[in-house]
Design a protein around this ligand. Structure first.
Ligand code: HEC
Length: 335
């Protein structure tokens, strides 16, 4: 695509040069105005006539002489002005200006449209670079086969939300280093994000007993919450807050929701709290998943139902009965 732009720019340059070519050659002199010559001849004749004439006639001829002299004077001044202005400077300046302007225009065009070209967005370019880095880290880990190298690979994959590669990496770390708490914790978090809250809860319940990092408790709470075990979810989140976890606002909201959920009336609200709130926030304000409250996608319930049934991107499928799905869709509109 860049080549196409460069080609277009070159064509533009050639056209500009072609159009301006006549200006680049030496300026041809303007054809001599015949009028001053005629006037000069007339002047000579009139001056002779004037010597012989008298009275009214002489005055008329003298007036004519004065007029011709004035005319000749301005003509000469014009001539002098034209000679004084170097005619070549203008075309050279114009050529330079057109070239600079054209180059700026082409550069702006490329810079402005490039990120929007299909199949070549800036984020994609970034992703390509990150994926290259990920490949390098994997090659390195395979070469040295140490827990540190596999951990570096798994951590980058996790950051890139490449859950599959991250899970593989953390599994390798655990194989080589049975006591690596981070690898167990991240593995449990991945299980939750992959829509397996039961297994996630099993892994994280063990890990968080010895793991000082509160991250695991947040996800243990999420997993219990999704399993409908609100009491245990609240306990995990409260420990998370006590240990100084960072997502304080979100977790306080989740705790409040879990408390309310224990005696909720709206069946849709109960489904939402159980199945969606851990990722999308207690009130749909967003979290691991995007904000749902007032999200325009809610105007297309079929699309939401489709996403819930089959999952999308990083969101796992959430199996629900038709009745529960209907309750949920009704509740989402109230968020
Ligand atoms: C394990 C976490 C998780 C759970 C549980 C979850 N989601 Fe999601 N959801 C996500 C993520 C992540 C995305 C972004 C998906 C993508 O496009 O990559 C998402 C996207 C969505 C979208 C599309 C939003 C948009 O603006 O495009 C909707 C709608 C949605 N989720 C609804 C729900 C509902 C309803 C539930 C409960 C039945 C639910 N989700 C449960 C993580 C989750």
């Amino acid at each position: 695509m860049i080549l196409l732009y460069l080609a277009a720019f070159l064509v533009f340059l050639l056209l500009a040069l072609f159009v301006l070519a006549p200006l680049r050659s030496a300026p041809r002199p303007f054809p001599e105005n015949p009028r001053p010559e005629e006037l000069r001849l007339e002047l000579q004749a009139l001056k002779q006539e004037a010597r012989e004439l008298k009275g009214e006639e002489r005055v008329r001829v003298l007036k004519r002489i004065a007029w011709i002299e004035r005319e000749l004077g301005t003509a000469e001044r014009r001539e002098a002005v034209r000679a004084a202005v170097p005619a070549r400077r203008f075309p050279v300046l114009a050529v330079v200006l057109v070239l600079v302007g054209g180059a700026a225009l082409a550069a702006a065009l490329v810079a402005y449209t490039l990120p929007r070209l299909p199949g070549g967005s800036v984020t994609e370019a970034l992703a390509v670079r990150e994926l290259k880095k990920l490949k390098e880290l994997k090659a390195e880990a395979e070469r040295v086969n140490t827990p540190e190298a596999w951990l570096a690979y798994a951590d980058l994959a996790f950051e890139l939300h490449d859950l599959e590669r991250a899970a593989q990496g953390y599994t390798k770390v655990i194989e080589l280093d049975h006591k690596n708490l981070k690898a167990y914790r991240r593995y449990g978090m991945i299980l939750f994000m992959a829509g397996r809250p039961k297994e996630a809860a099993q892994v994280l319940a063990v890990v968080t007993r010895v793991d000082p990092d509160p991250e695991g408790l947040l996800f243990l709470g999420n997993a219990y919450f999704q399993l409908g075990d609100y009491g245990k979810a609240i306990a995990a989140w409260e420990t998370y807050l006590k240990r100084g976890g960072e997502a304080r606002e979100r977790v306080r909201n989740l705790i409040a929701t879990a408390r309310a959920r224990m005696n909720a009336k709206d069946p849709g609200e109960r489904v939402y709290a159980e199945k969606c709130a851990a990722c999308h926030g207690a009130k749909g304000e967003g979290g691991i998943g995007p904000k749902l409250a007032k999200n325009p996608i809610l105007n297309a319930p079929e699309a939401v139902a489709e996403i819930v049934r089959n999952g999308r991107g990083r969101m796992p499928a959430v199996p629900l009965s038709d009745a529960k799905l209907a309750d949920l869709l009704a509740y989402l509109k109230k968020l």
